[in-house]
Write a protein that binds this ligand. Structure first.
Ligand SMILES: [Zn+2]
Length: 395
């Protein structure tokens, strides 16, 4: 192991790439800077969050206890007291179980972009039926979903999954508003996943609309588009709070998986967020081949930071090619009706960046103070504020 690491270190040195002395983020990561000890700004960001949220400590326990009290109080006269977004993946499945343990009455919400793997659908069903939790699903018309995906592919930008992530966020807000629920719980853990660096990774409603208008062919009728107006209206008037319980408590993805497997017959889908075929295409093929981006470093760096993996092991794993399902590429081309020629043409064209298209980014930056207040009140996710309301550093 040491030899591989040393060899790669030498190659890296030749290529003029610096690696964080604590995690495995390197100078190719967007907006990265290193301190005098060679520690990257993302490691410091995680330390700061850990301190602020008291993750896994008495401080975190007390903070979260008071949040739980608020959730129960706000939902006292309601059928449900919180919304939980579920994907069939580890974190969200486990969070549903935790919520029941905490005495909450969750409504599970799923945004179905019609590219789910069968395992994801089965996982959701198994966990929810055993825990007797209702499910609210928004299924987008598959032709529409595909038209947006194809538009992003043709636009040559990296955020091919933007419509899923933003659509999901809006469906969570819509479900909460519909049932007068005041809290949305999200199964995100910065300890296990880190925070995705900003740079080659950005999306908002304006961006989705602009790209779809330019490259799409179908009208958007069932896609839940989160416009600026809808976003702010939901935050200010519905006053739904976004809570990430795993930011406060001691959480281990591995233990959660073991627990889910033995108690619910839940199945692992073979990789980080690979419970969906479009996600699998993005992570395994599109991002690494067209953008030389490999999102595995987020999880791997997190594993190093929390001591689950050595830096050497993580670096070695990061440098192995991603595992790709045999049928995945054919499925992608066939579903989106993309010929081999068109596929090759787009994959070999120079990558385009999100800032070449219209977005709300400048507006978010101008309103930074407003959003900092909303983020502190949990009315918009803190990660939104940290990532979207500041200018991107040139790298
Ligand atoms: Zn680092």
């Amino acid at each position: 192991m040491k030899d591989i690491f040393m060899l790669q270190q030498a190659d890296i040195f030749q290529a003029g790439i610096t690696i964080c002395s604590r995690c495995i983020y390197d100078s190719r990561v967007a907006s990265i800077v290193f301190d005098e000890d060679g520690v990257c700004n993302y490691c410091h960001q995680i330390d700061k969050l850990k301190e602020d949220y008291g993750t896994g400590t008495e401080k975190g326990r007390l903070l979260f206890e008071s949040i739980l009290k608020d959730i129960k109080e706000a939902g006292r006269n309601n059928k449900y007291d919180c919304v939980i977004g579920v994907s069939g993946g580890t974190d969200s499945s486990y969070l549903v179980w935790l919520a029941k343990e905490w005495g909450l009455r969750p409504l599970a919400v799923h945004y179905d972009n019609t590219w789910n793997s069968a395992i994801a659908t089965m996982n959701i069903q198994r966990v929810l039926s055993k825990l007797d939790v209702d499910l609210y699903t928004h299924v987008v018309n598959n032709k529409e979903a595909d038209d947006i995906f194809k538009s992003f592919f043709k636009a040559g930008v990296a955020e091919i999954e933007a419509s899923t992530d933003l659509g999901f966020a809006y469906v969570l807000r819509k479900a909460a508003a519909k049932y007068s629920i005041k809290h949305i719980l999200e199964g995100h853990s910065f300890i296990e996943e880190g925070l995705t660096p900003l740079g080659k990774n950005y999306f908002d409603g304006r961006y989705i609309q602009a790209i779809h208008q330019q490259f799409g062919t179908q009208p958007l009728e069932t896609y839940p588009l989160m416009t600026f107006r809808r976003f702010v209206t939901s935050a200010v008037f519905d006053r739904v709070k976004f809570i990430r319980p795993l930011w406060y408590i001691d959480y281990s993805k591995q233990k959660a998986q073991d627990f889910l497997r033995s108690n619910f017959g839940w199945k692992y889908y073979g990789g980080h967020h690979l419970e969906n075929r479009m996600t699998a295409f993005l992570h395994g093929i599109y991002a690494p081949q067209k953008f030389k981006m490999d999102f595995r470093n987020n999880t791997l760096a997190a594993c190093v930071r929390n001591g689950v993996m050595t830096r050497e092991q993580a670096w070695a794993d990061y440098n192995k090619p991603p595992v790709i399902e045999d049928e995945l590429l054919d499925y992608f081309k066939k579903r989106l009706d993309i010929s081999d020629d068109l596929y090759e043409q787009i994959m070999s064209a120079p990558p385009r960046s999100w800032d070449e298209y219209p977005t709300y980014k400048k507006r978010f930056e101008r309103l930074r103070l407003f959003f900092s207040v909303l983020a502190k009140l949990n009315l918009v996710p803190m990660s939104f504020y940290l990532k979207y309301c500041f200018p991107v550093k040139e790298t």
